[in-house]
Design a protein around this ligand. Structure first.
Ligand SMILES: [Zn+2]
Length: 370
């Protein structure tokens, strides 16, 4: 005579196999019949399709259809032909609070990786720039990058048709407009973007490292995280910042507002091969439709009748050979004042205004042009 516990076990095992279940799991396990196919079909819900993005780097020629300004006459980026630039003089940039920034907000916005100044960052510590031939104060808002599918391309701006693997944009807004949003609406001098190219060399660049370390946390569009290590803005600039190109252009993504004073440093920063492979971390991000986020650069746009200035400290004061037409409201009016300055005045100003957060690194610049 079996014991009651054995009978109970046998009963439970048998019950499991003979009792039909109404769960979906069991339904999936049943042999497929016309009836089950029909039931599955009736219950099938079409997955919600992702909304089509309003623009994409894969189709920049289509931007003007929806965003007419993208077809304007003062668009960015451009291919800078150095022989066609107008040499001029500007005062040096002054960088304020441009040292380390803690806890930057890193965001995958579907088009790039963006490092934003933290919300509620103390006003007295807010990084900003003055000088450099621009009127007013421009407050730092964000860094973002552009890169290619490989290191033969990636930058938005070209210099003599040469591209770089990476282009950093340090975005600033004119404080006279009160907010970034207002500054990016209507004004011809609303934004100032510092452009830094990166090239590959054997040596490591430790200042670039915090930018790539946490990219694995923002693989998908909309992901965000906090950057754990502080990022030094100043150390993301090239060692020589005394020479740069300057022109007036636009935001390089829709709506392509024409309100950007562009500064393109002609000396790139350097990142190592190892770090170039870290650039691959950028290439493993996903864009707004889930594809690899690569080649997120806009092709060069027509220069049209714009003047591209070149500021080089090694050429103190060369008269303008092809004076451009600049009217009274142009942001470059200041540039003209400076272009008329004598070298003596220029050097005097230069030696007096250098406000560097790490003066030991640039002491040699104080006694001679660098
Ligand atoms: Zn950009």
């Amino acid at each position: 005579m079996p014991r009651p516990s054995v009978i109970l076990i046998v009963f439970l095992v048998c019950f499991r196999f003979v009792t039909p279940s109404s769960t979906d799991d069991t339904l999936e396990a049943l042999p497929t019949t016309a009836e089950t196919v029909k039931r599955k079909y009736n219950n099938y819900k079409k997955p919600e399709s992702k909304p089509k993005p309003s623009w994409s780097h894969k189709d920049p020629d289509a931007w003007p259809v929806k965003y007419p300004t993208c077809g304007g006459k003062q668009q960015s980026p451009i291919n800078i032909h150095s022989n066609s630039t107008v040499r001029t003089t500007y005062p040096n940039f002054k960088f304020h609070n441009y040292g380390y920034i803690d806890r930057m907000a890193l965001i995958n916005n579907g088009h790039s990786a963006a490092y934003n100044l933290p919300a509620y960052y103390p006003k007295k510590k807010t990084p900003h720039i003055t000088g450099g031939g621009m009127d007013g104060i421009y407050q730092f808002a964000q860094i973002h990058l552009h890169w290619g599918s490989d290191s033969t391309k990636g930058s938005e701006h070209l210099v003599n048709s040469k591209s770089y693997p990476v282009e950093l944009h340090l975005v600033h807004w004119n404080v006279k407009y009160g907010s970034f949003a207002e500054a990016s609406k209507y004004s011809y001098d609303g934004l100032a973007v510092l452009t830094v190219f990166a090239k590959v060399v054997p040596e490591d660049n430790k200042y670039f490292h915090p930018l790539v370390e946490q990219l694995g946390e923002i693989v998908n569009n909309g992901d965000e995280t906090i950057v754990k290590k502080p990022i030094s803005l100043y150390d993301l600039l090239p060692r020589r910042i005394s020479s740069f190109y300057r022109y007036f252009g636009s935001v390089t993504t829709p709506a392509c507002q024409e309100l950007v004073i562009w500064t393109i440093f002609d000396n790139p920063i350097e990142i190592s091969e190892k770090q170039a492979s870290r650039v691959n971390k950028f290439r493993s991000l996903k864009d707004e439709v889930g594809d690899r986020m690569v080649n997120n650069f806009r092709p060069p746009q027509p220069v049209n009748d714009r003047t591209i200035f070149y500021r080089s400290f090694s050429v103190p004061d060369i008269p303008l050979s092809h004076p451009p037409s600049v009217n009274s409201y142009s942001p470059f009016s200041e540039a003209y004042k400076w272009s008329k300055a004598t070298f003596k005045n220029y050097a005097t100003r230069f030696l007096g205004i250098f406000d560097h957060p790490y003066p030991h690194r640039y002491n040699s610049c104080r006694s001679r042009p660098c």
